[in-house]
Ligand binder design. Sequence first.
Ligand SMILES: C[S@@+](CC[C@H](N)C(=O)[O-])C[C@H]1O[C@@H](n2cnc3c(N)ncnc32)[C@H](O)[C@@H]1O
Length: 219
Amino acid sequence: MGRLEKILVNSSMHARGNIKTLEKLFAAVTPEGVGIFLEIGCGAGAVAAWLNEKCGMSGAGTDVDPDQIAEAKKLHGDDGGPRFIEADATDLPFENGEFDMALIMNVLHHIGGWEKALEETERVLKPGGLFYLCDFVLSPAVASVARRLTKKYAVYTPEELADFCGIGFEPVYSEKPSGALLKNFRAVFRKKAWNKSHEGPARGVQVPLDFVQSTRNMS
Ligand SMILES: C[S@@+](CC[C@H](N)C(=O)[O-])C[C@H]1O[C@@H](n2cnc3c(N)ncnc32)[C@H](O)[C@@H]1O
């Protein structure tokens, strides 16, 4: 991330926005029975700290940027708080099924290998674990232009994201996407219970039609 983007995403205003978004998602899908969470791409750690302090969960925040992890530890790294760990989302340093809940907020579009990041998310979640995903998607027409213009950011359409998530997750909830060029994609998934180990996820599992259609309406 550039310096300016980092200042913006580390601001208290951005943190409040993220927490508001999560409160809304939690109202739609209550994270019942969640003890241990993982926030991937936690930045300066505000959401992880909120989950710990206000929701009574313990867990970890990871980020690939050592400066972000240092900032998170400085701001929220007291004893008893979340652990903050430097890690790439595409290669998480956790065992299979360690977490009850995973969150990725505004991160996936930064990751060229976003599919691998989603596979890793699914791997470290318990079967039945919840996955809250908030990010940007592009309509197919805009995505085809964006793919030619950027190698830096991951580009995906709602269909691609929903289809890929459908490999290891069941869709639980999705919001009608908002925004013009960059659309907000907010959804909650549940890791499929049958996928007990991570020895080759079954590809091509069908996503329920209503979910795909609700995302297709975005384009
Ligand atoms: C736009 S910020 C969002 C931070 C936080 N989730 C939020 O919403 O405030 C994107 C974050 O993703 C992190 N990031 C980028 N690529 C990553 C990767 N491959 N693995 C883990 N984190 C990554 C960046 O370092 C940055 O902190």
